[in-house]
Design a protein around this ligand. Structure first.
Ligand SMILES: Cc1ncc(COP(=O)(O)O)c(C=O)c1O
Length: 458
């Protein structure tokens, strides 16, 4: 077997290249930089969500069409950010626009059910193999409801989550998302670290953190908390530190383990759902959990969320004991967009298209990595992919510690300067493709990456 040899990355050069790329980008973004000052007068920090203000600076978007977006300075990009992966339908898809327009003319909100909900429920039940569904408005709400249902049905309080995974910004789960390596504690007992100030300590006592891809550590957590664990929530493929795939047997092993200990398994498919495959991670990895949290791609760009679960888990909702409620749950605009997205756009053939684009991106970027002997590899499937700047395959969050983020930041800047928009803050490169992306869009990404490889390795 040949052992791969890697080029030594010269970080002084990387710093120099970052400076050059930032200097080249700034004049292109004058309007964005100035407009942020205007917005800052009344909008805290000049942005609607903290993660919209990422280095090099917040970029205000004017409009989008298909695979493209245009910022308020008039720059055009092929969009691989896609609103953190929500726009797998592409921007302003005619079917989604038509569905939303039609519904807008008929009324935008009633807080009463509309007839589209059954079509959406049916589609999700078929894709994900869970019989009952409810709707919400974000991934945060759906993971919150998933945790609450598992607690309600078991009468237990402790939840197990994976170190380095993000499940939204509520107090039940916003722990050890990007934990400080100095504070994480031993691998067999990771510290439960709040991601932001303001989360009371008592909540941390209800969350046990474990490493991804390790059944023995999951079992340790279950045994040490025997009789107290309501359930475990897991992103079937970790997507917040590059893309870390589950090892064969891991997800099924988790399901068997939690059931053995009288607890439930929840999949957070907010990112994987309807992107990695038609039936999300359930189809891609062949494991159906007890409960699934969905959002992002199912709504074609409208604020959305869906919780799917077994009848056992929905029992307290069905009996009326637990009110799973929200003024905007099942909002007619959202549900109309979900219906069009799920039944007319993200149909089976869309996934053949995603696979083809993934092949071009994977083959092209892997060839660049080999050519320049970069300490990196490509990970992902379907509409999701990432370049991981590590010479060895990541299995869990702790494997990312020590990866120098300047390299992925430089990759982001070089793509931005060359007409490709990527998710800000990605510790590792990640991309989402849409049904509107064409082969040339994928080639553009690879060509830019080739320039990056040449610059870094020369
Ligand atoms: C895996 C995962 N779960 C939950 C969420 C929260 O979703 P939202 O931002 O819609 O609240 C996110 C957001 O990025 C996510 O990536």
């Amino acid at each position: 077997m040949s052992v791969r040899e890697f080029v030594e990355i010269d970080f002084e050069k990387v710093d120099r290249l970052i400076e050059e790329e930032e200097a080249r980008l700034e004049p292109k973004h004058r309007a964005s930089i100035e407009y942020k000052q205007v917005a800052s007068r009344t909008v805290a920090g000049g942005v609607a969500s903290s993660w919209q203000d990422a280095p090099p600076h917040a970029i205000f978007i004017d409009h989008g069409q298909g695979s493209r977006i245009w910022d308020i300075d008039g720059n055009e990009y092929v969009d691989y950010h896609l609103g953190y992966g929500a726009m797998a339908v592409g921007h302003a898809h005619p079917k989604v626009v038509e569905a939303v327009e039609r519904q807008a003319r008929r009324g935008t909100h009633f807080a009463q059910p509309t007839k589209d909900i059954a079509a959406v429920g049916e589609n999700l039940a078929e894709r994900f193999g869970l019989p009952l569904w409810r709707f919400a408005n974000s991934g945060t709400e759906t993971t919150l409801e998933a945790v609450r249902l598992m607690r309600a049905v078991t009468g237990r309080d402790v939840v197990i989550k994976i170190e380095g995974s993000y499940h939204g910004h509520h107090d039940s789960l916003m722990f050890s998302v990007i934990p400080d390596p100095e504070l994480i504690g031993p691998r067999e007992h990771p510290a439960t670290l709040p991601q932001v100030p303001g989360i009371p300590d008592v909540f941390a006592g209800l969350v046990r953190v474990v490493p991804f891809n390790d059944l023995a550590e999951a079992e340790r957590a279950l045994v040490e908390n025997e009789g107290n664990v309501a359930g475990m929530i897991v992103e079937p493929a970790m997507m917040n530190c590059g893309i870390v795939m589950p090892e064969p047997g891991y997800l099924q092993g988790l399901k068997d383990l939690v059931h053995k200990h009288g607890a439930f398994l929840a999949f957070d498919e907010v990112k994987t759902g309807c992107t990695v495959a038609w039936g999300g991670a359930v189809e891609a990895f062949g494991v159906t959990p007890d409960i699934i949290a969905l959002a992002k791609a199912i709504g074609g760009g409208l604020p959305c969320g869906a919780i799917g679960a077994t009848e056992e888990l929905f029992a307290p909702v069905l009996s009326g004991e637990l009110d799973m409620a929200g003024t905007f749950n099942g909002n007619p605009l959202t549900i109309a967009a979900c219906r069009a997205t799920l039944t007319e756009v993200l149909t089976r053939d869309a996934y053949e298209h995603f696979d083809e684009l993934h092949r071009i991106l994977d083959d092209g970027c892997s060839a660049v990595i080999d050519k320049y002997r970069l300490p990196a590899y490509v990970s992902g499937m379907g509409a999701k992919g990432s370049i991981i700047y590590s010479p060895k395959q990541l299995r869990e969050f702790r494997d990312t510690i020590g990866i120098d983020e300047r390299i992925s930041y430089l990759a982001l800047l070089m793509q931005l300067n060359r007409g490709v928009f990527k998710s800000p803050w990605s510790k590792q490169e990640t991309w989402t493709t849409s049904v509107a992306h064409i082969v040339e869009d994928a080639r553009r990404y690879v060509e830019n990456f080739e320039e990056f490889g040449a610059a870094v390795a020369s």
